[in-house]
Design a binder for this molecule. Structure first.
Ligand SMILES: [Zn+2]
Length: 245
């Protein structure tokens, strides 16, 4: 009996001691990733994959794993009110070399809202980001549903950005439909809008592979803006701020 008790005690000790350590090891590894860093060749076609609505406890880790596995940088438009709960995911995004931008604090439509309200959306989001990543700043705001009225960018104090290719993954499409919509319509210089949802995750790896096989470099929004020739850059759906061309 004594022997059994000892064995039980040792097992408990082992589990209590090693499980948290293993868990922390996994988390530590994720938030200290080597950043994805690929030189961009301005002569070759390029596309920016952008993900809206994160961080999300179930979807974001899956997206981050696929991007990391493929060594592809992306741009995440984050909802400020989700940041605190997604602290580790935001750290992982940053350490992996992804670009983090703002998708408002509350995810409410900007149309019809006052300058003060819009400014507050950005300020609260910025504060939430700085609590996680001191010194980090948002430079772009993607308005929920892409809708905004004149002066919104002035009130937000950030450049507003929409997209050039809508995957329509927020419209309840099946993964296969999302995959073919993007591949059929993609062109050099596209900003592709995707959402953090299971249908997109299901095809993300194949989509990245197919885009790369067609010769596209996958880049962040900043890399796209920096490397596109001026005649293509001026057509990007970016409004206001330093990014206006
Ligand atoms: Zn959204």
């Amino acid at each position: 009996m004594k022997g059994k008790n000892r064995l039980f005690g040792l097992t408990v000790l082992f589990l209590v001691g090693t499980l948290p350590a293993a868990l922390w090891g996994t988390i530590y590894g994720r938030i200290h990733r080597c950043p994805v860093s690929r030189p961009v060749d301005p002569q070759r076609p390029m596309v920016a994959l952008t993900f809206n609505d994160g961080p999300h406890p179930r979807y974001t880790p899956q997206i981050l794993d696929i991007l990391y596995e493929r060594q592809v940088p992306a741009t995440f438009f984050l909802v400020g009110k989700n940041l605190r709960a997604g602290r580790l995911l935001v750290q992982e995004m940053a350490s992996s070399g992804h670009q983090l931008e703002c998708h408002t604090y509350s995810h409410r439509e900007l149309t019809g809202r006052s300058g003060e309200e819009i400014r507050r959306e950005v300020e609260l989001s910025q504060k939430a980001l700085e609590n996680i990543l001191p010194g980090e700043e948002f430079h772009y705001l993607r308005p929920p549903y892409g809708s905004f009225t004149p002066k919104a960018e002035e009130w937000a104090g950030l450049s507003l950005v929409r997209w050039t290719l809508d995957s329509q993954d927020s419209l309840g499409k099946r993964g296969e439909e999302i995959y073919f919509k993007v591949l059929d319509e993609v062109r050099d210089g596209d900003i592709v809008i995707l959402h953090e949802c299971q249908e997109t995750i299901d095809i993300l790896d194949s989509l990245i592979q197919a885009l790369e096989e067609e010769g596209y470099q996958l880049v962040t929004l900043d890399q796209l803006v920096e490397n596109l020739p001026p005649e293509k850059r001026k057509d990007l759906p970016i409004y206001g701020g330093e990014a206006e061309f």
